[in-house]
Design a protein around this ligand. Structure first.
Ligand SMILES: C[S@@+](CC[C@H](N)C(=O)[O-])C[C@H]1O[C@@H](n2cnc3c(N)ncnc32)[C@H](O)[C@@H]1O
Length: 242
């Protein structure tokens, strides 16, 4: 099944187990592309889900939430999931609304495009809209806490990637990201690099439609990395009960 980021439904299952999702809970999914992971979460864990994504698909120009809508009908989930064309940080949800917030392979893009202060604003918004005791599951590409190998420094900081300094603008270490979550007020329950991170990246190169269409682009960079610098990290964080 086509999923947009590394890990696909394996990542979603991994995150769901770590977050200890429970039936009947209200979950916000941030950055959904076509919504396969959203549908999986709603169906497998019997959740009520609000799914947000502000953008249109790069290939067909159709809003991601419209792709979600089509999938909701296929998955018979139309009464369990609502898609909204909006994003972080300006969600406009009331405070203390959600039991869970899930976001994978999205906030690092926002960091790359708009900088770390904008990333902080996104975390502050997620904190605001979670109810006290609610859980935030964050998964994103992160780099290992090692010096970047010189051959990779050149390609990750080449302009024309996401930020002005290329792809390197998107990625932080696990420790840096944990610090930002703590700064936003979260209590960290668990944080680590995913044990299967490199397998997820390998599968991504083989299956992602953009990688297949442009094997000399992002796919080549990931292959050259070979797990020396790029990884995938996750953080399970709780909004403290006052
Ligand atoms: C790489 S996809 C990740 C999809 C999926 N969550 C996954 O793990 O594969 C990133 C998604 O984030 C969306 N996005 C970009 N900026 C956003 C924002 N400010 N708020 C919410 N979603 C955003 C993009 O439109 C895109 O669909």
């Amino acid at each position: 099944m086509e999923c947009s980021g590394p890990g696909g439904l394996q990542l979603t299952e991994f995150m769901a187990e770590k977050m200890r999702l429970r039936p009947g809970a209200r979950l916000l999914d941030i950055g959904i592309e076509h919504g396969y992971q959203t549908c999986f979460l709603a169906k497998e864990y019997d959740l009520f889900v609000i799914a947000i994504d502000p953008d249109d698909d790069r290939i067909d120009g159709v809003p991601h939430v419209e792709h979600l809508q089509r999938n909701l009908i296929d998955w018979e989930l139309a009464d369990q999931v609502i898609g909204l064309k909006t994003g972080v940080p300006d969600t406009r949800f009331a405070g203390n609304t959600f039991d869970f917030v899930h976001s994978t392979t999205t906030l690092e893009m926002v960091r790359g495009l708009f900088g770390v202060d904008f990333y902080r604003e996104c975390l502050a918004e997620i904190y605001r809209i979670l109810r006290p005791g609610g859980i935030f599951g964050l998964g994103e590409p992160m780099h290992l806490d090692v010096s970047i190998p010189p051959d990779l420094a050149e390609i990750y900081t080449r302009g024309g990637g996401v930020g002005p300094e290329g792809w390197a603008d998107c990625f932080a270490t696990l420790a840096e990201t944990v610090d930002l979550c703590r700064e936003a007020g979260f209590h960290i329950l668990e944080a680590d690099y995913a044990p299967d991170a490199w397998e997820w990246w390998t599968q991504f190169v083989l299956n992602d439609p953009h990688c297949k269409a442009d094997p000399e682009g992002e796919a080549r960079v990931i292959q050259q990395d070979g797990g020396r610098w790029l990884s995938y990290g996750y953080i399970i964080a709780q909004k403290p009960v006052e």
